[in-house]
Write a protein of this length. Structure first.
Length: 221
């Protein structure tokens, strides 16, 4: 019997074959996917939604696989938000959102190479949803999602970016970095741009005992 593998199936197989660490599957209470990687154990825990009727299910899984591959093949600071100094939980959570948005931009660059047509379909769907739900008063995480989706739509669909102070700055920061060039230096420039959009923190990349670390400073304005 011949199987008709989709482009997403082939992309998943291609990336999965390059991942060397153990993959552990867990169910999550969330609607979407998630990943937590551990360098010490050399494993990736991927959280799967309990139920999903999304037409982009395979694309969302591919997204997590690429995160896993980036973790294994790029410098630790690219995938690990390692702080030079301890940050209180609330502040650490905010910065984690900035960090994740930067990482997602480079994941999107790889996805565009592997299954562009399906990805563009997803971006179009998300763009319309974000545009219809956009308002001037949102959480930082909501601004980041709006900015990321808007930048993807501008980059790959030539859509007009969503306008609005913080979102415009986030989009400008994202579009200043080539998403297909996943490198620590490019990630650093992008992370600085995202931090600048909110003007709450500055970030520097420092080296300590041969390890690159992120050094955040809180701005009191």
């Amino acid at each position: 019997m011949a199987y008709n593998f989709s482009l997403e199936d082939r992309a998943l197989q291609h990336i999965r074959s390059q991942i060397q660490w153990k993959i552990i599957r867990k169910n999550s209470g969330e609607r979407g996917f998630g990943i937590r990687s551990c360098r010490e154990k050399k494993e990736h825990v991927i959280f799967f939604p309990r139920r999903s009727c999304s037409p982009f299910y395979k694309l969302d899984l591919l997204h997590e696989f690429i995160h896993a591959l980036h973790c294994e093949t790029l410098p630790p600071a690219f995938s690990s938000n390692i702080h030079k100094w301890f940050l209180p939980f609330g502040l650490s959570y905010e910065i984690k959102n900035y960090f994740n948005a930067a990482g997602d931009w480079f994941v999107a660059g790889r996805m565009a190479e592997l299954c562009r047509e399906k990805m563009l379909e997803q971006i179009d769907c998300e763009y319309n949803s974000v545009k219809n739900g956009f308002k001037e008063s949102m959480t930082d995480k909501q601004y980041l999602i709006a900015g990321l989706v808007s930048a993807q739509a501008a980059k790959w669909l030539q859509y007009k970016p969503i306008s609005g102070g913080k979102v415009e700055k986030i989009v400008a920061a994202l579009l200043s970095a080539a998403p297909e060039e996943a490198a620590l230096e490019n990630f650093y420039v992008l992370l600085k741009g995202i931090c600048g959009a909110f003007n709450k923190f500055t970030v520097e990349m420092v080296e300590e005992n041969g390890l690159k670390l992120w050094h955040y400073r809180r701005l009191y304005v």
